[in-house]
Design a protein around this ligand. Structure first.
Ligand code: TYC
Length: 141
């Protein structure tokens, strides 16, 4: 039948009475995170392998926060700082304070850059406001 005289001529022509159904497999594969690779190199012998493609992620660098010894800051003040800004128990804080006192410095914790930077600023600010020469610094882990 000529399209021009068809009673359905106002409808869009879809190429036949039974349009082929969508290829569901192709649609699904298009949305999957893996690819098919034929590792035989022989088109007649398809040994396709499903290869997961995992995007490379990198962990953010971490930073050690160090406390330095000096001859003037009172021991109890250092213990207080360790409890207050690093969430340590009194026993943990006392132990780290003693390590700093004996060895010259100790790692108080390891944090992301932003957290380490904040802890250092909090300690330095608190020590300064109390007029103690306590030094706190950070370095890449
Ligand atoms: N050495 C100090 C004192 O004898 C105590 C102290 C410990 C100071 C740790 C600083 O980070 C420090 N009073």
């Amino acid at each position: 039948m000529q399209r021009g005289s068809s009673p359905w001529r106002h409808l869009p022509y879809i190429g036949g009475l039974n349009p082929s159904p969508p290829n569901l497999l192709e649609l699904a594969v298009h949305h999957l995170p893996w690819t098919m690779t034929d590792r035989t190199g022989d088109p007649g012998q398809d040994a396709s392998v499903i290869t997961k493609t995992r995007p490379k992620t990198q962990r953010p660098p971490m930073y050690k926060v160090l406390l330095l010894n000096d001859d003037y800051t009172p021991m109890e003040f250092v213990v207080h700082i360790l409890e207050r800004f690093f969430g340590l128990t009194h026993a943990q804080a006392f132990e780290i304070m003693l390590t700093v006192h004996k060895k010259g410095l100790a790692v108080v914790g390891v944090f992301s850059f932003e957290v380490a930077e904040t802890k250092v600023a909090q300690v330095m600010d608190f020590a300064r406001r109390h007029q103690h020469p306590l030094q706190c610094t950070m370095e890449k882990d």
